[in-house]
Ligand binder design. Structure first.
Ligand code: GLN
Length: 498
């Protein structure tokens, strides 16, 4: 039983179906690990162990009565950006230290309906702003591969919890890389779907035109399992789109059944020199290129494409995301919910002190930048200009995709760095250089593990797809994983038994 946490989602489902273990046993196994080991990692903000046990018991009974939902009784956990009814939802901020949500995010309800068991709420950068989980009010998160290293961010708790073997899969959100970059730092697979694929209702908004929820797991197939119940049109999110509903796991199985010894025959992978430029760590580049070589050996063709200069993309993102954030975060005013300062003297004092005391420095920095960009006199010079560049980024991708099916790049320019490196904000923003264009264009993308540095730290390869092509990305990564074992390497914490 000690290895249960190393099983894939597929194996967990089979084990439950074949009565090798019950959902309650599985749930207890994960809870025991979390209780014994999360003091080293700090991946959870809130535990829901008691309700999880009750749900697991109920799941076992339902299965015994013939309930065939595949995910019934499989544990998971949510990034603390998703509203969970009756459960603390902090978004990593002091501002929401006491916010017990009165309703569920759509994806939370959907995952509940699929029968999954939530073990709690996962740590994250405050309001999803950051790349290393250092901005969380609830403490930093340690990378299970090496406790001195950051797990990435903003879904750092989600990545660390999966990599530590505390849950098989977790939800995340991605505004500029927050699923892919922590997946890369923690040796996982993580997918950000097409904008509009997953409802944003009940996901606390950072930058509404860029935010998208997705799934994280060790393999592409694990991600597919969790993503399936998350997708679909939701009338409560005006930006969620009605579109064909794929069956990701089925698509993966079909592709695997059809694959010969050259599974990627006919697949054109675009590689852009802009994504292999200055600032890219040598070992990361080597691992990314070796993975591309493997894709070629397995039948893929590499084609050169051009995409927008990443420096321009970076500037565009760091104009638009804070602008939208400054507007979204105006609702946190200390009046209706969340943190309120002590003894306000008048209304202005209540607003000012609640927001100054409730928001951390990174969030305040973004609100200030965003408010400045949106203010009269600067709006056209900054915001409107950035919107125009955004349009050009979309156009550049359209042109690139005319000659390829997916685009590959390193997910991040480096592997996980040390928390003690204490990056200044501008240096941290540079780490988002390969991930943010995808959000600006609304495209789907995933990160998959492709090796380790000489220090034993995971390296990720990003695959970017055309709109709505999550299935192609998941299938491509899955077939790669059938021929390689990077995704089967485990972190030091995952190897610990309790
Ligand atoms: N690191 C980026 C930022 O801080 C992306 C964050 C995210 O995707 N939520 O904005």
């Amino acid at each position: 039983m000690s290895e249960l946490h190393l099983l894939s989602t597929q194996q967990l489902i089979t084990g439950l179906q074949d009565k090798q273990f019950s959902s309650l046993e599985l749930t207890e196994h994960y809870i025991k690990r979390i209780d014994a080991l999360d003091s080293k990692i700090n991946s959870f903000i809130t535990h829901t162990s008691e309700t999880a046990r009750a749900q697991a018991k109920a799941a076992d009974e339902m299965r015994a009565q013939g309930d065939q939902r595949p995910l019934l009784g499989v544990p998971m956990a949510h990034k603390d950006i998703f509203c969970t009814q009756g459960v603390l939802t902090t978004c990593g901020s002091k501002m929401l230290y006491n916010f017990v949500s009165p309703y569920n995010a759509t994806i939370v309800s959907n995952i509940d309906k699929a029968g999954m068991i939530s073990l709690g709420k996962l740590n994250m950068d405050e309001f999803a702003m950051g790349s290393d989980n250092s901005s969380s009010y609830y403490g930093t998160v340690q990378n299970p591969w090496n406790l001195e290293r950051v797990p990435g961010g903003s879904s750092g708790g989600s990545a660390a919890a999966v990599a530590a073997g505390f849950v098989p899969v977790a939800t995340g959100s991605d505004t500029g890389g927050s699923i892919r970059q922590p997946a890369s730092f923690c040796g996982l697979t993580g997918i950000k779907p097409t904008y509009g694929r997953v409802s944003r209702f009940g996901m606390i908004a950072y930058a509404s035109s860029l935010d998208q929820a997705g799934s994280m797991g060790r393999s592409a197939k694990d991600c597919a399992y969790l993503l399936q119940p998350m997708i679909g049109h939701d009338p409560r999110d005006a930006t969620s789109i009605k579109y064909d509903m794929p069956d990701y796991v089925q698509d993966i199985n079909d592709a695997q059944a059809a694959a010969g010894d050259k599974p990627f025959a006919g697949l054109r992978i675009g590689v852009a020199k802009e994504y292999f430029g200055t600032g890219l760590d040598r070992e990361v580049e080597q691992a990314a290129r070796a993975a591309l070589k493997k894709y070629e050996e397995l039948g893929a063709t590499i084609v050169e494409v051009n995409i927008t200069d990443p420096e321009i993309t970076l500037a565009t993102y760091y104009m638009l995301a804070p602008a939208e954030a400054s507007s979204n975060l105006s609702r946190f005013d200390g009046v209706r919910f969340g943190y309120r300062c002590e003894n306000p003297t008048d209304l202005i004092d209540l607003y000012t002190r609640s927001r100054s005391e409730g928001f951390g420095p990174e969030v305040q920095r973004r609100i200030l930048t965003g408010t400045y960009a949106l203010s009269a006199g600067y709006f056209d010079a900054y915001y409107t200009k950035a919107q125009k560049i955004r349009r050009l980024i979309v156009k550049d991708f359209d042109e690139a995709f005319a000659s390829c099916d997916v685009i590959a790049s390193p997910t991040a320019p480096t592997a996980a760095y040390k928390l003690s490196d204490n990056l200044d904000p501008a240096t941290m923003y540079l780490g988002d250089v390969y991930t943010i264009a995808v959000n600006l264009a609304g495209l789907p993308a995933l990160s998959q593990p492709v090796g380790l540095t000489s220090d034993g730290l995971p390296i990720g390869l990003q695959l970017i797809g055309k709109h709505w092509q999550e299935s192609q990305l998941l299938t491509t990564a899955h077939l790669f994983q059938q021929h390689t074992d990077h995704h089967l390497q485990h972190s030091a914490i995952a190897k610990e038994t309790v």
